[in-house]
Design a protein around this ligand. Structure first.
Ligand SMILES: [Zn+2]
Length: 62
Protein backbone atom coordinates (compact mmCIF):
# COMPACT_ATOMS: atom_id res chain seq x y z
CA UNK A 1 0.00 0.00 0.00
CA UNK A 2 1.40 3.36 -0.94
CA UNK A 3 0.28 6.86 -0.24
CA UNK A 4 -0.06 7.44 -3.97
CA UNK A 5 -3.61 6.12 -3.91
CA UNK A 6 -4.52 8.10 -0.81
CA UNK A 7 -6.42 11.30 -1.40
CA UNK A 8 -7.93 11.92 2.02
CA UNK A 9 -5.99 12.67 5.14
CA UNK A 10 -7.12 12.75 8.74
CA UNK A 11 -5.33 13.20 12.02
CA UNK A 12 -4.96 10.27 14.39
CA UNK A 13 -6.79 11.16 17.63
CA UNK A 14 -4.18 9.26 19.59
CA UNK A 15 -0.82 10.48 18.28
CA UNK A 16 -1.81 13.24 15.86
CA UNK A 17 -0.12 11.68 12.86
CA UNK A 18 -1.69 12.22 9.46
CA UNK A 19 -3.36 9.05 8.28
CA UNK A 20 -3.86 8.60 4.56
CA UNK A 21 -7.23 7.28 3.45
CA UNK A 22 -8.63 6.14 0.14
CA UNK A 23 -10.97 8.52 -1.65
CA UNK A 24 -13.82 6.05 -1.29
CA UNK A 25 -13.35 5.59 2.44
CA UNK A 26 -16.68 4.96 4.15
CA UNK A 27 -17.98 5.48 7.66
CA UNK A 28 -17.33 2.50 9.97
CA UNK A 29 -14.25 1.53 8.00
CA UNK A 30 -11.28 0.58 10.13
CA UNK A 31 -7.85 1.94 9.31
CA UNK A 32 -4.53 1.59 11.07
CA UNK A 33 -2.60 4.65 12.08
CA UNK A 34 0.72 4.95 10.30
CA UNK A 35 2.18 6.69 13.32
CA UNK A 36 1.23 4.56 16.31
CA UNK A 37 -0.41 1.54 14.65
CA UNK A 38 -3.61 1.94 16.63
CA UNK A 39 -6.84 0.90 14.96
CA UNK A 40 -9.06 3.81 14.00
CA UNK A 41 -12.66 3.86 12.91
CA UNK A 42 -13.92 6.30 10.31
CA UNK A 43 -16.78 8.09 12.06
CA UNK A 44 -17.43 10.75 9.41
CA UNK A 45 -16.42 11.63 5.86
CA UNK A 46 -16.09 14.95 4.09
CA UNK A 47 -13.87 15.68 5.90
CA UNK A 48 -12.81 12.32 7.22
CA UNK A 49 -12.89 12.09 10.99
CA UNK A 50 -11.24 9.28 12.89
CA UNK A 51 -11.92 7.86 16.33
CA UNK A 52 -10.22 5.12 18.26
CA UNK A 53 -11.68 1.78 17.27
CA UNK A 54 -12.93 -0.54 20.01
CA UNK A 55 -10.21 -2.81 21.28
CA UNK A 56 -10.41 -6.24 19.74
CA UNK A 57 -8.84 -9.16 21.49
CA UNK A 58 -6.70 -10.53 18.75
CA UNK A 59 -3.12 -11.68 18.48
CA UNK A 60 -1.55 -10.19 15.40
CA UNK A 61 1.59 -12.21 15.96
CA UNK A 62 4.02 -9.33 15.88
ZN1 LIG B 1 -1.67 7.36 15.79
Amino acid sequence: MTLDTMTERAACPDCGAGVGLAADTEVTEIVVCTGCAVELEVVAVGPVTLALAPEIEEDWGE
